[in-house]
Write a protein that binds this ligand. Structure first.
Ligand code: SF4
Length: 406
């Protein structure tokens, strides 16, 4: 699988304190955003290194959904893996994966083959697509010694057997995590973790609602970076960050501009680059609803009472989340129209990862519904390491003008 770098060849750049206090005490919102940008752009996982320095274990979670409450309850740090972004060159993974696959699969494998995932004890891959399934097959050889688990998620949401099936899947995961440094599963600890994650999701919901109601208050990239920290920090710290950000945003003046309101559909797994997110609003779009980082908006508050494992499974099954890797094909058209109306939005931006079949299949269903209602849309594809966006800029500008001057 190519010449591998040893862990000692990787030079860590950003250092984070073991208490993570630089996040909860950042002197200003702007300083926090910059810190988030630095952490997200650093492929040596500064927050994971800080967590594991004292002997604690971290679990890498491939998008789009993993039961992170469960990992947290076992004393593990669940960390959302979103590939290597713009920050790494692909020089090893190309030999193991076809050129016609999405970037996140290659950059995630590249991180593994270059020992950048050494701080992790375990990896969980949800079975969202063939690419994710195959990565799980390759990982034990790419990261020897780490535990790897394929999480099977139900696609039939109406059977009486669905919740018991998912509970059984969670129990399989528990036994793997216990062998990978996790403390024994205890229902009361899961109930406490569920309450903590409920609060985290409620704060993220407030943040995204603020963006919807007053999109001049914070940019899409700012909102994204604050949310992205949610998969990198201990959740207790992220909750403090979110609570502080809420207060800072309430005091921040809005900076309205002449822009069209759009919803962003498609980037539920691989994430667009920060430059591309910046570009969307620079050209005159207000992104008032998006599919970025859905993990932190997956369901309504979960009841911590009763059997917490069953409640966690039930919440997943009952979630109204409707994205490319969650099958409810007959309602896709209605779903996109409802979202446009709820935003409310003047158009839809499809931003799909190149070679992401689940996202592309849905675009067809969405477009049919939008065409019927004459709602404008634009479809762009992206890759993690795109260097220039001149063509995208032109397409976006034309799209914005066609709505503004309609
Ligand atoms: S970007 Fe699409 S194809 Fe690639 S792993 Fe994610 S869901 Fe699968």
């Amino acid at each position: 699988m190519g010449e591998e770098l040893g862990a000692t060849d990787i030079v860590p750049s950003l250092e984070v304190s073991d208490t993570f206090e630089e996040f909860s005490r950042a002197p200003s919102l702007e300083a926090l955003i910059q810190l988030a940008r630095d952490v997200v752009s650093d492929p040596t996982w500064p927050t994971v290194r800080a967590w594991t320095r004292s002997g604690r274990s971290a679990v890498g979670c491939f998008p789009v959904y993993t039961p992170q409450e469960l990992m947290h309850s076992m004393g593990l740090l669940p960390v959302s893996l979103h590939g290597g972004g713009e920050s790494i060159e692909i020089s090893h993974a190309d030999a193991a994966l076809g050129s016609f696959l999405c970037s996140i699969s290659k950059s995630t494998l590249e991180l593994a083959l270059t020992s950048r995932l050494a701080p992790f004890r375990a990896f969980v891959f949800p079975y969202i697509c063939d690419v994710s399934r195959n990565l799980e097959g390759i990982f034990p050889r790419a990261v020897p010694g780490a535990t790897t688990h394929m999480l099977h998620l139900p696609q039939n949401f109406h059977s009486a057997a669905t919740v018991p099936f998912l509970v059984a899947e969670y129990r399989r995961l528990i036994s793997k995590l216990e062998k990978a440094g996790g403390e024994p599963y205890r229902p009361e600890r899961l109930a406490a973790s569920i309450e903590l994650f409920n609060r985290q999701r409620a704060e993220i919901a407030r943040l995204t609602e603020m963006k919807r109601l007053d999109p001049g208050k914070l940019t899409l990239t700012e909102s994204y970076l604050i949310r992205r920290l949610g998969g990198l920090l201990p959740r207790e710290v992220h909750l403090q960050v979110l609570e502080r950000v809420r207060g800072q945003l309430e005091e921040r003046p809005s900076r309205p501009k002449d822009a069209i309101r759009v919803i962003l559909v498609g980037p539920f797994c691989e994430q667009p680059t920060l430059d591309l997110l910046d570009l969307l609003e620079q050209v005159g779009c207000y992104v008032v609803d998006d599919e970025l980082l859905q993990m932190y908006r997956w369901y309504d508050p979960i009841d911590p009472n009763g059997d917490p494992l069953e409640n966690l499974a039930t919440a997943y099954v009952r979630s109204t989340m409707d994205i490319g890797v969650r099958a409810t094909p007959t309602t896709k058209g209605e779903a996109i129209l409802r979202r446009v109306e709820a935003a409310p939005a003047q158009g839809v931006l499809f931003l799909t990862a190149k070679f992401c079949e689940p996202a592309l299949e849905d675009v067809v269903l969405y477009r049919n519904a939008l065409d019927r209602k004459k709602i404008p849309y634009l479809h762009l594809e992206f890759e993690e390491r795109s260097a220039a966006y001149e063509q995208s800029r032109l397409q976006l500008e034309t799209f914005v003008e066609s709505i503004l001057f309609d």
